[in-house]
Structure formats: C-alpha cells, structure tokens
Write a protein that binds this ligand. Structure first.
Ligand SMILES: *Cc1c(COP(=O)(O)O)cnc(C)c1O
Length: 362
C-alpha cells in the first residue's frame, strides 16, 4: 500500500486556547490581591485547557494547585520549581516518599491522613496545608480538632499553611460566617493563610490572606452570576469552534433531530454543526441556547446529538457549508452558554472531550 502523502481534512471542531488571555487574567487576579501569593488552580487538566500548557502560560504564578500526584510530578518533570499543592492531599502511604522526593505540598484535611504521616517517619512532606472545615462540610478538620492537628504537624517538622474553602463566595455576604470562624480558630497563629477562590479574590479583599487560589477566573469565566467576565476585565481563554457541514431549508411543521423536540414555526433555513455531546457540548442545552454563525448570534434548535447539533440560520442568510460556528469563547461567553444549559462554565470547560484538538493561540 502506498504511504499516505497528504493529511486528510480534519473534522473542523477545535478548541483554541489563547495564552495571552491566560496571562492577562493572571494579571487581573494579581491586581485584586497585590499582597498575596497566587496559587493558580490547574486541576482537571487546567479546567480542560491542558495542564502543562496552562502552567507554562502562567509561569509567573507563585504556585500551582492540582488534584493528584501524577499531575504534580508531571509539573516538576516539566521543570516547574514553584510550590505545587495537592488539593485533596495524598490518598495512601505510598505517595509520601514521592511527595518528599519531588518537594510537593499536600493538603492535610483529615485525621486518617495525619495518622499515615505520623506512622511514616522520615518521609513527611515539609509543606502541609492544614485544611479547616469552616462550614462547607466537605473536607477539613473541625475547628475544635484543628489545634491538635496543627501541633502534630509541627512536631514532625512540617511547615504549615492554614487553609479553608468558601461555599458561597459568589454571593453577596457569602463568606462572613466562615471567615469569622476561620479567624477565630487561627487567631494568634503566626502562619501563612489561604482562603480565597476566584469569587473571593474578586469580592472579598478581607479574605485574601497570604495565598489566594484563583481557578475559573484565570480561564476568563466569571465566578459570580452577578458580574460578567467582561465587567470583571477577564478575557476568554478557550474558543470552541466548528463549521456548518450541512445546510437545508425546512417547511412549517417539520421537525429537527432526535425526539422531534423542535418543530419549525414557519419555513426556515437550518444548519448542522460538527459538534455534539461526545465532544463535551452539553446534551441538556435546550433549543434557544446561543451560538454564533459567521459571527452572528443565533441559537441551537432540537436535541444535541452525539456528534452534531443543529442551528437556526434565520438570522444568518449568508450562512453556507463551511461557515464558522462558535460554540463559546470569543464573542460568546461560556458563562452564557452554561447558564442557558442550566450549568456552570466550570463543567463545560472541564468536559471538553479528549477527541477535540486543543490548539494554542497567542
Ligand atoms: C477548585 C478550587 C479552587 C478554585 O476555585 P475557582 O472557583 O475555580 O476559583 C480553590 N480552592 C480549592 C480548594 C479548590 O478546590
């Protein structure tokens, strides 16, 4: 068989990741919390943007927060020397020697982790972020358990940072109770503190402490429904785009897609886009969810299928096969699409499937 000499035309769906927007958004985080160090949160493959790519663009950050040790080691092996934090800490004793060898920081959120550390002498990681449950009730020592946990960590020579996580930093008056509790538990302790996710970075300077932990804002999405990304000065990082691969005219009463959930109210032109739920586009996005076709605002109609979705071309009379379609990103915020689909930007960004090529844009 002859070797293939030309690349086939690829499916037009792609996610382009704008590196300068990442750097810009890091600058916005810094401008809000100028005295804090920044632990850039790049878990979930950098919120779907590619972890190492994001870390490289954000190399001015003071640290990186990830979920598991494989990600942390990949960052070290790629040459990153910043503090690297495991947000849920370690899961078993085998990880302790690796934490020590790679100089990784670990959250300690429960007694079982502390017990493992105490029973594994010599391999204790030097940097421990002691997580205190101030009201989210997910991870963390109870306020009355925290002093003993701190004492144990200090006895084995750990450098401790005190941390907590807010449940409602995206709401007005959303952190008062948790902040008061955290401050009372940590009162008088001369140790670094870390409390703020993106929403708190943007809204609650009194909670910035020594390290802030922005995630979603770095990717250019808004953490609060009350203020849009552009009002916050954030630039979208990911643009998910594709093309029309079919165009047709349908008559009043004709249906579109599985379940015939959309019926044309009158004669109209519709287009089929190469993007479906197997690419990470939410299947539960209803008819009416916004989309751009040739830069014009339109809407999806009918059910999202595995590999395709359909759009209304009434507002885009010039649209034809090959017309550019933006699912979200430049010109259409992921927040708006998420809200139409009854979810949040975080879920859409993280769900972009591995089969979608991620391309870098400057
Ligand atoms: C994911 C996460 C963050 C970042 O939250 P955003 O809302 O994306 O800014 C901060 N802290 C912890 C503990 C997290 O798990």
């Amino acid at each position: 068989m002859a070797a293939e000499t030309t690349d086939p035309m690829p499916r037009p769906l792609r996610a382009s990741v704008c590196l300068s927007a990442l750097r810009h958004n890091l600058g916005i985080a810094r401008s809000h919390a100028p005295r804090a160090r920044i632990m850039a949160v790049i878990k979930a493959n950098g919120y779907g943007h590619g972890m190492l790519r994001v870390a490289k663009a954000l190399e001015a950050a003071d640290g990186f927060a990830v979920l598991n040790i494989a990600e942390a080691i990949a960052l070290r092996e790629a040459g990153f020397t910043q503090e690297i934090l495991l947000l849920e800490g370690f899961f078993s004793a085998d990880e302790l020697p690796l934490l020590a060898r790679h100089g990784l920081s670990t959250v300690i959120h429960a007694q079982w982790q502390l017990d493992i550390m105490l029973q594994t002498p010599g391999s204790a990681p030097v940097q421990a972020w002691l997580k205190i449950n101030s009201g989210m009730n997910r991870l963390g020592f109870q306020p009355d358990e925290a002093p003993a946990a701190l004492q144990s960590l200090q006895q084995i020579g750990a450098q401790v940072t005190l941390m907590t996580h807010f449940a409602r930093a995206d709401e007005s008056d959303g952190i008062a109770e948790q902040l008061t509790l955290f401050n009372s538990v940590t009162h008088g302790l001369n140790l670094p503190r870390s409390l703020s996710n993106s929403a708190a970075v943007l809204s609650y300077p009194e909670a910035h402490g020594d390290w802030v932990r922005p995630g979603i804002m770095l990717y250019g999405a808004s953490p609060t429904s009350g203020r849009s990304a552009s009002e916050l000065g954030l630039k979208p990082v990911m643009t998910l785009s594709s093309e029309l691969i079919a165009v047709r005219a349908i008559q009043a009463g004709e249906a579109v897609g599985y379940g015939a959930s959309f019926r044309a109210p009158g004669a109209m032109r519709i287009g089929t886009v190469a993007c479906g739920y197997a690419d990470g586009y939410p299947r539960h996005a209803p008819s009416g969810t916004p989309v751009l076709v040739d830069g014009q605002r339109s809407r999806i109609i009918g059910r999202v299928s595995m590999d395709m979705l359909t759009v209304d071309l009434s507002a885009v009379p010039g649209a034809k096969i090959g017309s550019a379609v933006t699912l979200w990103g430049d010109g259409l915020t992921v927040d708006e699409v998420a809200s139409a689909a009854g979810t949040i930007s975080y879920e859409l960004l993280c769900a972009v499937a591995a089969r979608v090529p991620l391309l870098e844009a400057i």
